[in-house]
Write a protein that binds this ligand. Structure first.
Ligand code: DX5
Ligand code: ZN
Length: 223
């Protein structure tokens, strides 16, 4: 099964509750929450207070993507705000094991994200301790950028490695994804799809989400 995780970064912030209801009604599985600190990435988004406010308005699984330096400092705050899974960037910490332990101590799903320049093998030592890897298919920091096709090689290498090791792993792809290119992602082995602009900027989010799910079914991982 392919899970669709609309990124709230592309929503109309003046009408967040309606925007979230719109994608929930349209068949989304998760809600992707991009947290940016203006230091790890050159943009600032929102913090735990906003996450806590929207928590009351939806049952969607909160897929929190931390793009912040030294993420261990904020894990507790996002747990309290209502996160269901927390993903941090391997490039943002000197001690990934400590961040994993802290997130996992809250009985929460743990994810590691890697930016485009980071080799996929960097995450191999941690795979038995986490449930998801996010392969960035744009440079982190902004929505609405173009999909980087070469990143699919990393998805394929990771899916093959996880299968060879007998590991159950979700592979999320994030950035520039739409119904036209999602099939390449699932074909390479991704099973969680983040899409911001393609879903929130559309007048027909339901068609986009189901278009993505159909494309995923037509393009399964084939090894
Ligand atoms: C980029 C974020 C993405 C972004 C995706 O740093 O991590 O989640 O919001 O947005 P689109 O789908 O518009 O590229
Ligand atoms: Zn993201």
């Amino acid at each position: 099964m392919t899970y669709i995780s609309p990124s709230l970064l592309a929503a109309d912030y003046a009408h967040l509750a309606e925007e979230i209801k719109k994608v929930e009604d349209a068949g989304a599985n998760y809600l992707h929450l991009d947290i940016m600190d203006g230091a790890f990435v050159p943009n600032i988004s929102f913090g735990p207070e906003l996450v806590a406010s929207i928590r009351k308005h939806t049952k969607l699984i909160f897929d929190v993507h931390l793009m912040i330096n030294d993420p261990i400092r904020y894990v507790d705050r996002f747990v309290k705000a209502g996160a269901d899974m927390i993903t941090f960037h391997i490039e943002s910490t000197d001690d990934p094991e400590a961040v994993i332990r802290t997130i996992a101590s809250h009985e929460m799903r743990v994810g590691i994200a890697i930016s485009p320049k980071t080799p996929v093998e960097t995450v191999f030592p941690y795979l038995s301790q986490i449930s998801q890897v996010t392969i960035m298919t744009v440079e982190p920091g902004f929505g609405g950028q173009s999909f980087m096709m070469p990143m699919l090689d990393k998805v394929r290498v990771l899916r093959r490695y996880a299968i060879a090791q007998g590991l159950k792993l979700d592979i999320e792809v994030d950035g520039g994804i739409n119904p036209d290119n999602v099939g390449y992602c699932t074909g390479a082995g991704a099973n969680v799809i983040v899409a911001g602009s393609a879903i929130f900027k559309s007048k027909k989010p339901r068609s986009v989400i189901f278009g993505m799910k159909d494309a995923a079914k037509l393009n399964p991982f084939v090894g």
